[in-house]
Design a protein around this ligand. Structure first.
Ligand code: GCU
Length: 674
């Protein structure tokens, strides 16, 4: 059958040459603790058997005794004599891979404190085999830095997916709980291979129905499938559910009857799903109900739900994505509402903050809440599905975007990664969430390369300090080819792609120029929406005098929400990086750029560069034809052709529009499109 990408990065194709020799020598048997009884251990062993059988061409035997070339799965309780290691360094979910000798025989140790760690370690060993590591000299150790590594599905109960570009929801609610689609197991395997340990099943724009008994039975069935893979189920909760489902007159979080309703609901959920993770809540945001409807604040609402979940060990992830129609600057709203509540949240509440202050744009500065709420655990919310970055047809690799926000220095004493992993302010409750790009398409994500965004999210959620470039190379090696020249060529193409989309859509700090509703094509001219802060003109503010949103002291002063060092840098156009210039400043068209060009000429040059990069990506992909199976190569090539056309569309539409409002001719040497 033609390759269609359905296996994701768990393809396990036969190895070649020396790699095959090493694999056959190093994975003759799998040694497991005497009773390999638990579902998680069975899942780990099954994955090793599947991978080794496919890659080595023969099945490893299952054994309890050490022999030459054994893979030895060991926990402190089951480790064979002779295993000496610092177990405390592996934490609850971490793992160690070590080439060593036991009873005089060369073996490979996969060690962890618990079975989840053994599962993750098994996947790590398989990844080492797939990516061409020397299996006879393994010494790797990894411990997750973030506790809750979650996918957020924006999946509706009718199986449509908000901002989904990969088909329908994979949750077949009609047939659940009776029919368990085998895809659920593959979904769990893929996530476990990255270390993702939780999933929010339903859309943040939640329906109360998701908390009714029939849906809880369906969610419980999924939880049963995912449990062996270390994945917990969470639900988005609609704040007004006590009214809609409980027949109460109010959802006021301080009303005793409302609190009792949520306590009873939580108890009902835990009866069905004993390890239920908790609630994700979008409240008083884009028309969703919330505590402010009753004159209460976000912490009142979050704490009420936290109180209901606490006896069962659940958490509340309360989203900070809020903006009011009358706000002077939409980017400033979340900070204004949330920062003053620091210290007011219950211990099992995490405030979930998008990477930037607007909404998953091709480029945004990091959100000013990171670092500014030291008493509150903050989760980072990233969007894996490419709502504003060309949907699933544009090849845009998000690893560098994720890395950019994680490594941004908040000015509060550490990077966003240090805030999120809890180290900066000493939090033990830590989380990263990614809005999933998964659907019923054969390739899961709508395109081959969008799988890499799911992959990069998972790897960086486990370790926010991994270099995006290394993660991209791993993905290519597992998904396309481990041959270094082709692997690196593909990874380079991926790593250049994010800057390309910034250039051809919203260069120099521009943002939200996308057509309303669909958010796909350009519409910088739109000026007539029901809310001013949805209009692209609200964001770019282009006119005869110049372009850009003044968020400095002379404008909205949103820049003052950052730590002083950051506020100083972004508050002055001379020290603001060109990449964020028009995010923070409104400047005349003839403003001198570091390149020596005027702002207008620079803008045009960046749009041109974006188109040129995509054209170059196409050429480079074409040259990779001998290295890649025909079906997947052709699919990517077809999408790249679409992307090049749409990059031109973006460039030409935006330049024509900005030319019209500025009244400027095209810069010297630039010719209008044919
Ligand atoms: C964006 C997106 C919505 C989504 C919202 C959110 O505005 O367009 O579809 O509901 O973000 O994150 O809540």
């Amino acid at each position: 059958a033609a390759e269609d990408g359905h296996e994701l990065w768990l393809r396990y194709r036969p190895l070649q040459g020396q790699a095959m020799v090493q694999l056959q020598a190093g994975a003759r048997s799998i040694v497991v603790p005497a009773q390999p009884g638990s579902p998680t251990l069975r899942a780990a062993v099954a994955e090793l058997q599947r991978g080794i059988t496919a890659m080595a061409g023969r099945e490893p035997v299952l054994a309890t005794r050490i022999a030459q070339g054994a893979l030895v799965l060991a926990t402190p309780g089951s480790a064979p004599p002779g295993v000496e290691l610092r177990w405390d360094e592996l934490g609850r979910e971490g793992w160690l891979l070590r080439s060593t000798r036991l009873q005089g025989r060369p073996v490979t140790l996969i060690a962890a404190n618990g079975e989840a760690g053994l599962l993750y370690g098994s996947f790590a060993w398989l990844r080492a085999a797939q990516t061409g590591a020397d299996l006879s000299r393994l010494e790797q150790r990894s411990v997750p830095k973030v506790g809750l590594r979650l996918l957020n599905h924006w999946d509706n109960l009718d199986r449509s997916v908000e901002r989904g570009y990969a088909g329908a929801s994979i949750w077949d609610w009609w047939k659940l709980p009776d029919l368990l689609d085998p895809r659920y197991v593959d979904y769990a395997r893929a996530n476990a291979s990255l270390g993702i340990n939780g999933t929010v099943l339903n859309n943040v724009n939640a329906k109360a129905e998701s908390l009714t008994a029939p849906f809880l039975a369906k969610a419980a069935a999924l939880a049963d499938v995912f449990r062996p893979y270390g994945i917990r189920v969470y639900l988005s909760a609609r704040f007004s559910a006590p009214v809609e489902l409980g027949g109460l007159k109010t959802a006021d979080p301080l009303d005793p009857a409302v609190r009792a309703w949520w306590r009873a609901k939580a108890a009902e959920i835990y009866e069905r799903i004993p390890d239920f993770g908790g609630f994700l809540v979008k409240a008083n945001s884009e028309g969703q109900p919330g505590p402010q409807d009753y004159g209460r604040h976000h912490a009142d609402g979050a704490n009420m739900l936290a109180e209901a979940l606490a006896p069962h060990g659940g958490v509340v992830m309360w989203r900070a994505f809020v903006y009011a129609p009358d706000a002077k600057d939409r980017a400033a709203q979340a900070f204004a509402e949330f920062q003053p509540l620091d210290g007011k949240f219950a211990p099992n509440v995490i405030v979930q903050v998008k990477n930037g202050p607007i909404d998953f744009q091709p480029r945004e500065p990091f959100h000013p809440l990171f670092g500014a709420m030291p008493k509150t655990p903050l989760a980072l919310e990233l969007q894996i599905t490419k709502e504003y970055l060309g949907f699933s047809t544009h090849l845009v690799h998000l690893g560098p975007l994720f890395e950019e926000v994680l490594q941004a220095d908040t000015g509060h004493g550490g990077t966003v990664a240090r805030v999120v992993d809890g180290r900066l302010h000493g939090h033990r409750l830590t989380a990263i969430a990614g809005v999933a790009n998964i659907g019923t398409d054969r390739n899961w994500s709508g395109s081959q390369f969008d799988q890499a965004n799911w992959y990069a999210f998972g790897r960086l959620a486990w370790d926010p300090d991994l270099p995006a470039a290394a993660v991209a190379r791993d993905w290519v090696a597992q998904t396309f080819t481990a041959r270094p020249a082709a692997r690196d060529a593909i990874a380079r193409l991926m790593l250049a792609s994010r800057e390309a989309v910034v250039d051809y859509m919203t260069p120099l700090g521009l943002h939200h120029l996308m057509g309303t509703g669909h958010h796909h094509g350009p519409a910088p001219w739109v000026d007539n929406l029901e809310r001013a802060d949805w209009n692209p003109v609200y964001f770019h503010r282009a006119g005869r005098d110049g372009i850009g949103f003044d968020r400095s002291a002379t404008g909205s002063n949103a820049v003052a929400q950052y730590a002083p060092s950051v506020a100083r840098r972004f508050g002055d156009p001379r020290t603001t990086p060109p990449e964020l210039l028009l995010w923070f400043h409104h400047l005349p068209w003839d403003h001198a750029m570091p390149s020596g060009r005027t702002l207008w000429a620079e803008l045009v040059a960046r749009y041109d560069r974006g188109v040129a990069t995509v054209a170059d990506m196409r050429r480079r992909w074409a040259a990779l034809e001998p290295d890649i199976d025909a079906a997947r190569h052709a699919e990517v090539a077809a999408y790249l052709a679409v992307q090049e056309g749409e990059a031109r569309w973006w460039r030409d539409a935006c330049i024509a529009y900005f030319q019209a409002v500025s009244g400027l001719p095209l810069p010297p040497g630039v010719r209008p499109p044919a």
